[in-house]
Design a protein around this ligand. Structure first.
Ligand SMILES: [Zn+2]
Ligand SMILES: [Zn+2]
Length: 256
């Protein structure tokens, strides 16, 4: 399995427009973060998790080294714009076959409401060719690959994380319902959100993410969905336990 981080930033992206802080003006490429998303390649299938407003630029960079124009599926964690704002740009991937989007019913409804032109009966020529597949909190398959949804709480909003094999991607969570931890046993790689050192109402801060990592106990964990208030990558990585890394854009992990 290959995991490529397309974006590792929070909803504003880093740098934040107009901000002159040390992270936003850093020359370290790892401090420049697109909105959070990953591309998974496993058994020859390509699965995208979330499709935010930076999707087009993320894919242009990806296609420079790995050319493909087909996605087996797009898993959407929740309806917030930083996770769905690029769905319209999937149009180039849907030219031969509809792009299948997997998400829970209220998120599917939100997508339909925001993009009515995509789902009309008589479509305008050239609109994105997308197919919404509603999922529940139970395993499902995308081109033969088993996906296990994991219920997470983004403050009061129920959202999904996803487990594929021994890899799990959990973003935007504040808490995990106790009964979901069973699904997270025996992970090689856990990706989990850590916004910044400070407390936030809807996102884990760094300490809360580290606590989850201790509890879930994966072989290795990567932090994602960082704010510019997270701190400089080069400084913060020295403060973390050995089995925890800070993910950065365009980083790739190979899992055998
Ligand atoms: Zn987000
Ligand atoms: Zn800043």
């Amino acid at each position: 399995m290959k995991i490529r981080f397309l974006g590792t930033g929070t909803s504003t992206g880093n740098p934040e427009m107009g901000c002159r802080c040390e992270v936003c003006t850093s020359r370290d490429k790892r401090d420049q973060r697109f909105r959070a998303s990953v591309l998974i390649e496993t058994e020859g299938k390509k699965i995208l998790i979330d499709c935010g407003p930076d999707f087009r630029m993320q894919m242009l960079k990806t296609l420079e080294t790995d050319y493909f124009m087909h996605l087996d599926g797009v898993l959407v964690t929740h309806e917030h714009y930083d996770h769905v704002g690029g769905l319209d740009d999937l149009r180039t991937f849907g030219r031969e076959k509809a792009v299948r989007i997997y998400t829970e019913d209220y998120v599917a409804e939100a997508i339909r409401t925001r993009m009515p032109y995509v789902f009309e009966e008589h479509k305008y020529p050239g609109v994105p060719n997308l197919e919404l597949h509603t999922i529940e909190n139970k395993p499902f398959f995308v081109s033969g690959i088993e996906i296990i949804p994991v219920r997470l709480m983004h403050a009061k909003l129920p959202i999904f994380g996803f487990r594929i094999g021994n890899f799990a991607y959990l973003t935007d969570l504040k808490t995990i319902p106790e009964e979901e931890y069973d699904k997270l046993q025996g992970l090689d790689i856990l990706v989990i959100n850590a916004l910044m050192p400070r407390e936030h109402i809807a996102h884990q801060n760094i300490e809360q993410a580290l606590e989850q990592i201790r509890k879930i106990n994966p072989h290795h964990a990567y932090l994602t969905h960082m704010s510019h208030r997270f701190g400089l990558h080069a400084v913060m990585e020295k403060t973390l336990p050995k089995n925890v890394s800070i993910a950065f854009d365009e980083e790739e992990i190979l899992l055998i």
